[in-house]
Design a protein around this ligand. Sequence first.
Ligand SMILES: [Fe+2]
Length: 156
Amino acid sequence: MQAAFFAEREGASSPLIVAALLHDVGHLLHDLPADAPDRGIDDRHEELGAHWLQARFAANVCDPVQLHVVAKRYLCAVEPTYLGQLSAPSIQSLGLQGGPMSPDEARQFEQHPHFCDAVRLRKWDDAAKVEGLVTPYIEHFAPHLDAAAKLAGAAE
Ligand SMILES: [Fe+2]
């Protein structure tokens, strides 16, 4: 909710606001225990989430969701202070997710059509850990869900 709130506040498009709202839906789509990372298990929630979203939205929603973990690996490689700003769970999962990108991987990632959206989403995700911050109710984001779904329908 905070990630979507920040996306909307920055004037992001409806699909990107929806991506921010639903970027961690993959955590709800598996039966792994919540402490999976503690046990050395990567839940691959970005893949699960993107796959689930593909039946409902276009690539402008699904790709930033699929890439939000890779974007963390990218930012660790290109922004020297980034790693130090991550939450403890994000640092813990980073190792399971492949660690910081190599320079070659980073250059390749920059060529992805939704690279910028993925990085923006990642930064909202990282910022969306403010205890007690009041956000709009979920219903507030319904028009963005409708708009993103319509865009997906138009693209078919
Ligand atoms: Fe995530």
